[in-house]
Design a protein around this ligand. Structure first.
Ligand code: FES
Length: 163
């Protein structure tokens, strides 16, 4: 099986059986991510333990998340759970570069399973799908709450609606 096919299978598998799916009771941060292009949503809840992400979960309302957005949320939560917040932010930056086709082969390899989304760089609409949960995470870590969209201003302050 080619590595492209393996990555595609990984995405399909995480869509079928998403990890960390649900809501955290008593979460420290809750952010709704929304893709304005399609109206899809992901709701991310986060529990912090000092500077560490103690727990992270997501839900997409029924019919409000495509396979890529769900698989990406699943892989994202698996990647950042238990990690220091600074490391999660670094992963956010790297993932953003990955889906825009801005990482070298070595840099892609360092991302492990997240590398499965490198192929979306060829499909601008899909970049938003893959980034949806990451934007919600970025906003949550920045102390945000409420709603965030998949705006391209990912390197500035959280792109909240209307901002
Ligand atoms: Fe809406 Fe993918 S089509 S997030």
């Amino acid at each position: 099986m080619s590595s492209d096919a393996l990555y595609q299978e990984l995405i399909l598998e995480h869509n079928r059986k998403p990890r960390n799916f649900g809501e955290i009771e008593g979460a420290d941060r809750v952010v709704e991510g929304r893709n304005p292009l399609c109206g899809d949503e992901v709701r991310l809840s986060l529990k912090l333990d000092g500077d560490r992400i103690a727990d992270v979960k997501f839900v997409s309302p029924p019919g409000k998340g495509c396979a890529i957005s769900k698989a990406s949320a699943s892989l994202m939560t698996a990647a950042v759970k238990g990690k220091p917040t600074a490391e999660a932010e670094r992963l956010f930056e790297s993932f953003h570069k990955l889906v825009r086709g801005e990482l070298s082969e070595d840099e892609q390899r360092a991302l492990g399973s997240l590398r499965a989304f490198a192929g979306v760089a060829k499909f601008p609409m899909r970049v938003k799908c893959a980034s949806l949960a990451w934007h919600a995470l970025h906003s949550a870590l920045a102390g945000g709450a409420g709603e965030v969209t998949t705006d391209d201003r990912a390197h500035g302050p959280p792109a909240t609606e209307g901002a």
